[in-house]
Ligand binder design. Structure first.
Ligand SMILES: [Zn+2]
Length: 301
């Protein structure tokens, strides 16, 4: 059977595209649409899907195969959809970046939560997203890091970082409290993580359980100050939680990390060596998919 076979497949929105049947005929697929950050599922190894044009492409089957992503010069805001020349904070247009609560500085620095001052950009959003249980955790990439996340974002938050292990330490009642605990811990953790080292597959041999116990002991008085201020139950130590191991679908880690940028290089092509964090690792360089959320891309593979 020579030449290309043209297949016409109708997908419904959100449906998962199973490509094994397409590979059987050695044909390639092409989809064009706005992309979003990789969707992840904690399996062994992690399952990755690329959201594009209301579809989800299973990416793991492409590992070891050639893929091509072409940027067509259009960015649509991930929130309002309007065309924007430049993307702010990984996919927003400037007006959304300036006005949405999820783009406020307190999202990156939760200890700066200003809801109590009456200045939350959207108090309903704040109540829904910030006034619910948060987890303070330790994660391990090339080093050990302290972080916080909302309960529903466990474990995708760790996968997005490319962490190979994670350990929840505290459950706290809201975002501001998680920020306060994080600030205390950060004074006792080197917090040296580098995405290049993460992508090279470099790891640390730190023991997260031992690290947790060390921090818990060292921070005892500061933690009890917070409890006095916020009341019993504001902070719950997760003494029985175990380390979660995360394995990534990677055949070969790069020796040197060369990073692609669609703004400078509209065509990214190469053999997919693996996926880790939010990065596609190609034999020609790495691509941070999350950074290009909202970009109009033609995916071929
Ligand atoms: Zn917008």
């Amino acid at each position: 059977m020579g030449g290309k076979i043209r297949l016409s497949v109708n997908f419904t929105a959100g449906e998962c595209v199973c490509l094994e049947s397409l590979f059987a005929y050695n044909t390639r697929m092409k989809i064009t649409g706005n992309i979003a950050k990789l969707k992840t599922t904690l399996e062994t190894p992690v399952k990755y899907q690329l959201p594009i044009a209301d579809q989800l492409i299973d990416l793991n089957p492409f590992i070891g195969k050639t893929v091509r992503l072409q940027y067509d010069g259009v960015i649509n805001c991930v929130s309002c959809g309007r065309k924007t020349k430049k993307s702010f904070q990984q996919g927003y247009c400037y007006p959304c970046f300036q006005s949405l609560p999820e783009c406020d500085s307190c999202i990156i620095k939760p200890e700066l939560c200003h809801y109590h001052e009456g200045t939350c950009r959207d108090s309903a959003w704040g109540e829904q997203h910030c006034f619910q249980d948060h987890v303070v955790y330790l994660s391990k990439t090339s080093g050990v890091k302290v972080g916080i996340t909302r309960q529903p974002n466990v474990p995708s938050r760790w996968i997005d970082q490319g962490a190979i292990q994670a350990l929840p330490i505290f459950r706290v009642k809201d975002r501001l409290t998680s920020g306060k605990v994080e600030m205390i811990f950060k004074q006792h953790v080197a917090d040296k993580t580098a995405w290049q080292r993460m992508l090279k597959g470099e790891t640390s041999d730190a023991d997260l359980l031992a690290e947790r116990d060390r921090l818990h002991a060292e921070c005892q008085s500061e933690l009890s100050d917070i409890e006095k201020e916020l009341g019993d139950g504001a902070i719950q130590f997760l003494a029985n939680d175990q380390v979660i191991d995360i394995e990534y679908p990677v055949i070969t880690y790069p020796e040197k990390v060369k990073s692609f940028n669609f703004d400078k290089t509209p065509v990214v092509e190469g053999e997919l060596q693996g996926i880790k964090g939010q990065y596609l690792i190609l034999d020609s360089g790495v691509l941070n998919i999350r950074k290009f959320s909202g970009y109009l891309i033609s995916f071929e593979g």
